[in-house]
Design a protein. Structure first.
Length: 94
């Protein structure tokens, strides 16, 4: 059985499997837009190996972190620039 950790995504607490990348945890929670392009187009992971930079999010107040390269940690605070597009995606696990 996989242990889980609790993280916050745009202020919503979710459970994520220990050792999971931030990108995978967000996608598992239904988050579809990690950031927006200059023109406002929602963007999300493409390569999942740190090359494309489409999965950038803010983690712990540090912007432009590649979520596919970072594993989740208990209490991690993640902010996406696509919060409006994600409304209803990440469910509150109270």
């Amino acid at each position: 059985m996989t242990k889980t950790v609790e993280i916050a995504v745009d202020g919503v607490r979710i459970a994520a499997g220990e050792g999971t990348t931030v990108a995978a945890a967000l996608m598992n929670a239904g988050v579809v837009a990690f950031r927006t392009s200059r023109t406002g187009t929602p963007r999300g992971p493409l390569c999942a190996m740190g090359i494309c930079h489409e999965c950038r999010v803010t983690i712990g107040g540090v912007p432009h972190r590649r979520s596919c390269m970072i594993t989740v940690a208990p209490g991690m605070e993640i902010e996406t620039a696509g919060a409006a597009e994600n409304a209803g995606g990440a469910e509150n696990n109270d």
